[in-house]
Design a protein around this ligand. Structure first.
Ligand code: ACO
Length: 323
């Protein structure tokens, strides 16, 4: 078995900033309602770039930082719930955009947990020696699937991408992981349903739905399952939360993070949050946060971090990464 080392976190977010006040001109809402319920102040919205393009920009920055050339990349895994197409995968389009001609490329669908799942999958390919390096990307253009007339969801989401390179290396990498799905509750969060529709069977209704979410259900699920998952990885790694530099949760809602902090008796300053500036960017939220921690010089070699995601599927999971 080889070891995997995670290097070079990067992010890209579209230029256009949409504030809570801007949204109050589209739907019946207010900055006060959105900020007090979610911690979100503003988000980025793509005015032209599709998911493959925002991902490619984050990916390019990441491979430059990692000091690898595009044609040395052996594997690309893209976590997204807003792909450009059902087929081809967004990862294949990114492969073309960045010129990673030799990479095996595919998408992974686990909504807001997608980056955690993708990083854990890439880690296995590296550890078994199947590939020497991988580009792992979480990216979304959620603005193309949200219902802009539904104030309950359109205020929550944002667009962007984050990426990292993972290489065979000495020490570090993913030292514990804990991944879960609960398909029984798949309909708590759905987007873009494609019904059976052919000359032999016509299902009624639209073949396209905007994002729907049972916010309360997701809130309750997250505040119950995320603490269990963080506790599980700490136990598997046989370390305490004091050994962890930062916990990087999926950036859905600051109240969810406050409840997790209280339940686990882990101080809030250990949780990194940036949803005030980007909203919920689904699979992109954790790698964007990792890139910001890295750009701000807040993390260094040998630091241990917990990343923890939750979302549609339902899916949830955590990993301890040693840099
Ligand atoms: N502005 C003003 N009022 C609003 C808005 C809005 N944007 N949205 C809803 N309301 C109103 C509702 O209509 C309701 O009014 P009523 O009482 O007159 O019926 C009232 O506010 C309360 O609505 P709730 O939905 O009960 O509000 P709640 O306090 O539960 O907060 C929220 C809603 C913020 C969505 C919360 O449930 C939440 O954050 N859930 C978690 C979502 C999440 O984490 N998603 C992550 C996974 S996403 C993924 O996987 C892609």
């Amino acid at each position: 078995m080889f070891n995997s080392k995670i290097v070079a976190f990067s992010k890209y977010v579209p230029e256009k900033i949409v504030t809570n006040n801007d949204l109050s001109e589209i739907v019946d809402t207010s900055d006060e309602w959105i900020f007090s319920r979610t911690g979100i102040k503003e988000r980025r919205v793509s005015t032209s770039e599709n998911t493959s393009e925002v991902c490619a920009k984050a990916a390019e920055a990441s491979i430059i930082k990692a000091g690898v050339s595009p044609d040395e990349i052996e594997l690309i895994i893209t976590a997204t719930m807003t792909p450009d197409y059902s087929s081809p995968s967004t990862a294949c389009i990114i492969q073309k955009l960045i010129g990673a001609k030799k990479a095996v490329s595919f998408d992974l669908s686990a909504a807001c947990s997608g980056f955690v799942f993708a990083l854990c999958a890439a880690d296995k390919f590296i550890k078994t020696g199947a590939f020497k390096n991988a580009l792992v990307i979480g990216g979304e253009v959620t603005s193309k699937v949200i219902d802009w007339s539904d104030r309950g969801t359109c205020v929550l989401f944002g667009d962007g991408a984050g990426a990292c390179v993972i290489k065979q290396g000495k020490g570090g990498g993913i030292i514990a992981e804990d991944l879960h799905s609960d398909g029984e509750r798949f309909d708590s969060l759905t987007s873009l349903y494609t019904p059976v529709n052919n000359p032999y069977h016509k299902e009624g209704g639209e073949g396209f739905n905007r994002l729907t979410m049972d916010g309360r259900e997701i809130f309750n699920f997250a505040t119950r399952k995320v603490p269990e998952s963080i506790a599980a990885v700490l136990q598997k790694a046989n370390i305490s939360s004091e050994d962890i530099k930062y916990i990087v949760p999926h950036q859905a809602n600051s109240r969810i993070v406050e409840i997790i902090s209280r339940k686990m008796k882990i101080p809030m300053d250990k949780f990194f949050m940036n949803m005030d500036r980007y909203g919920n960017t689904s699979a992109a939220s954790i790698p964007i946060a990792l890139a910001e921690l890295s750009d701000m010089g807040l993390i260094k070699e040998k630091d241990k971090l917990i990343i923890t995601g939750f979302g549609g599927g339902l899916t949830w999971g955590s990993a301890i990464i040693e840099l």
